[in-house]
Each structure stands twice: as structure tokens, then as C-alpha cells.
Design a protein around this ligand. Structure first.
Ligand code: CP
Length: 304
């Protein structure tokens, strides 16, 4: 693999190699000196055309812990605002001797588009409603850490599946690792052809939670949808919100995940998000080791 555009085209072996590499880096970042010199000869640009907290900081920390040189670009404070195109922007950054670009962009396909037009490695940090590969890798890695393995586990992804790059990348990753995947949400937020991906569909949250070992609760992406087709937030919370009463009433203790950012009180209540069953902050912690692994493995393919 020359770029990381999505999980769709990774093999199970590719994912296992990323996890094994992340295991080594997780040990490193838990030491008092959290850095390795591996990427002293590599320069990475983090190019963000869309807002981010976790992904942006996690990539930056991963790069710094590998000793890479790092530059950060945010479209909202750049010359994109003066009309400069994506390819011109990135080629200008690359002319300053940059080897790798980590990009978040609102348009599906933007990462692939860029990878076909520039002379540098590209890592997709989320392209619109398409894929968010490093999120899916850190999610599956966190399940493996918590439950021993992903194979054979039942994972339900709850919420706005239609607009979620996290859902699509998670479906690909979890299935490649041998998990069973279900999606749960209102009909308006489930893509019509989702069955073709081999996932189960359940519209009743309680039934979905009784079925699963792990529930990944997604945020409603109000910024990506026509509000007319959507149940109101109050209705959504009543039907698909996870609160402590529902969690405690289940016949087994499930693991609760969320990719962030959380809308507390909408898809998940604070007492669930902050409960012992939640691994939300472990997911964020694991993001650094996973991104170190992805960057390290791709950097080994740079021709110097
Ligand atoms: N999970 C995730 O992608 O969060 P950010 O949008 O804050 O990066």
C-alpha cells in the first residue's frame, strides 16, 4: 500500500501488521522518554480543510514522537480563502521538501484525488462521508485491547450511519478482522444499500444492544444533512440515546465506544460516557500509537 486512503483496500494481514507495529509504539509512548528517532529524515504536513481536535493533535503527536519534522496547515486561516486550489496548495507545501501529507477534507474522494496528483505519501484523515481509516484502526485496536481479539465479536454501530465515514471504515475493518457488524438507527439515517456490505440492520436500540458485545455510539452529523429528513434531536435521543438505565438493564455488560466529539445528552448521557464500561478515552490514547504505526510503515516506502 503506497498511501492510506481507506480500509476498503487493506488486507487483514495489512491491519494485523499495523496493530503489531502499534503494540511496539504503545510501549514507547508509555516510557518517560516517549520518542524514537525513526523518522528524523521525514517531513510531514498535516493539511486540514475541516475542523478536528482528536485526529489533528493525535497525528501531530504521533509524528513528533517519531521525530519527524511537522508543519500544520488549516484551510480556514490560509490562502485557500483567497481562491487557491487544493492541488496548488499542497504542491506549494510539497515544494518545501515535504514527504507525506495527512489530509482531512469535506469532499468524499479528496484523499484519492490528491494521491493521484502529487509526489508524496497521502494519509486520509477523513474525507467527507467516505472513510476515516485511522479512526477505524484505532477503534478495532481498542476492541482487541479490551476483549483480547476482534474475531467473533459482535459490534453494533448506532446512529447516523448515512453520513458517517467512521461507520464505513469501521464496517470494513471489523469485517476484515472477523467481527460481526450490525448498524442501528432510524431508517432515514441508514443507507438503503447497506445490506450489500454484509451488515445486519436493526432499528430497535434495545434489541441491538442485547445482541452486541460492543456498541459504538455515533454523533448525529447535523452539518452534513438536510434537517427535513431527520427526526428531531429530542425524538432521536428518546429512541436511540444510550443512558445508564438502559445500559444497566441489559443482560450482559457491553463495551461502550464513541469516536468523538460527543454530544452529551443526545446520543449518549454523561454517566454512560464516563462509566467503567466506556473505553472512549482509551480510543483516543490508542490513536497516537496507531498513527505512529501507519506513518512509520508508509515512511519505509519513501524513495530517497
Ligand atoms: N474522531 C474524530 O475524528 O474526531 P475529530 O473530528 O475531533 O478529529
Amino acid at each position: 500500500v503506497d498511501h492510506l486512503i481507506g480500509i476498503e483496500h487493506l488486507t487483514t494481514r495489512d491491519i494485523e501488521i499495523i496493530f503489531q507495529t502499534a503494540d511496539r509504539f504503545k510501549e514507547v509512548i508509555n516510557r518517560p522518554i516517549k520518542k524514537v528517532p525513526s523518522l528524523r529524515d521525514t517531513t510531514i504536513a498535516n493539511v486540514f480543510f475541516e475542523n478536528s481536535t482528536r485526529t489533528k493533535l493525535s497525528f501531530e503527536l504521533a509524528e513528533k514522537r517519531l521525530s519527524a519534522d511537522v508543519v500544520n496547515f488549516s484551510a480556514s486561516s490560509s490562502s485557500v480563502k483567497k481562491g487557491e486550489t487544493l492541488v496548488d496548495t499542497v504542491n506549494n507545501i510539497l515544494s518545501m521538501k515535504v514527504d507525506m501529507v495527512v489530509m482531512r477534507h469535506p469532499n468524499p474522494g479528496a484523499a484519492k484525488f490528491l494521491s493521484e496528483r502529487i509526489n508524496a505519501k497521502v494519509i486520509n484523515a477523513g474525507d467527507g462521508t467516505h472513510e476515516h481509516p485511522t479512526q477505524a484502526l484505532l477503534d478495532a485496536y481498542s476492541i482487541r485491547e479490551k476483549l483480547g481479539e476482534v474475531k467473533g465479536k459482535k459490534v453494533v454501530i448506532v446512529g447516523d450511519i448515512l453520513h458517517s465515514r467512521v461507520a464505513l471504515s469501521n464496517i470494513y475493518a471489523l469485517q476484515k478482522l472477523g467481527a460481526e457488524v450490525m448498524v442501528c438507527g432510524p431508517t432515514t439515517l441508514i443507507p438503503k444499500h447497506i445490506h450489500e456490505l454484509g451488515v445486519k440492520v436493526e432499528h430497535n436500540l434495545r434489541k441491538a444492544l442485547e445482541w452486541c458485545d460492543v456498541a459504538n455510539m455515533l454523533r448525529i452529523q447535523l452539518e452534513r444533512q438536510d434537517i427535513q429528513y431527520f427526526p428531531s434531536l429530542r425524538e432521536y435521543t428518546m429512541l436511540y440515546g444510550l443512558d445508564k438505565k438502559l445500559l444497566d438493564s441489559l443482560s450482559k455488560k457491553i463495551v461502550v465506544m464513541h469516536p468523538g466529539p460527543i454530544n452529551r445528552g443526545v446520543e449518549i448521557t454523561s454517566d454512560v460516557a464516563d462509566s467503567k464500561q466506556s473505553i472512549i478515552l482509551n480510543q483516543v490514547e490508542n490513536g497516537v500509537a496507531i498513527r505512529m504505526a501507519v506513518i512509520y510503515l508508509l515512511a519505509s516506502k519513501i524513495e530517497r
